[in-house]
Design a protein around this ligand. Sequence first.
Ligand code: LER
Ligand code: MN
Length: 265
Amino acid sequence: MKLAVVVAPPTAGFEAVVRRPLREALSLLQEYGYDGVELSLLDPKVIDRGELRSMLSEYGLELPALSTGLNYLHFGLSLTSPDPAVRKRAVDRLLEFADLAYEFGAAVVIGLIRGRSGGLSRRSALKLLVEELREVCKRASHVKFLLEPLNRYETDLVNNVEEALEVLEMVAVENLYLLVDTFHMNIEEPRIEVSIKRAGGRIGHVHVADSNRLAPGMGHLDFKSVVSALREVGYDGYLSAEVIVKPDLKTVLEATKRTLAPLLA
Ligand code: LER
Ligand code: MN
């Protein structure tokens, strides 16, 4: 397993990410010995791909995943909006993400952009979610998508591993995987390790944060047993730190590395 950190633009309206200009963030990740960066983006079309490629190579970092949730938070894009025009924009946006992701061998996160049931019944919203996920995954079948269970305070659609596995089964495509996030799991799963084992080989990516969403080591989660459950199911991808930057970025990068690196060795 390798270590990454989620980096977003400085103007991002989401607190559990590093909000710094890209070059500054990448240079710090290299300095602290990270293997990769997960980018949280608004519009993937405006990214200068050549510049991104050369920066990643300059700082020796991989790009395991692109996260999309800012499009829900800033623009209200949602796969389960009652408005078909909004759903279409969400699908188109995910396909634009897939286009960028493919070039860099990254996966695309489907977290907040799935939306909330809002004006629809939960049942109808879930039905829409299954249909839209199938469309996105089929139209970009060469890219891996990651459905992330989120805690109940952020959405009422897919809160835990069991619900996510049901959706995966209904969507029935090869390129849809699970993203497990230890912060959400700490709220929703009875036992994090048991749920990791239940998700097994369908885990495509992992977000790490401690119980309070601070850096691993700054709360009360047992990362030793989380990592050993991941190892037991054969997970060999990234642990991507999606954490609140407190008290400051250097402390966060240092604490995450100090807590997790010895477990991965
Ligand atoms: C939101 O809480 C989260 O964990 C993100 O990864 C979802 O887009
Ligand atoms: Mn997450």
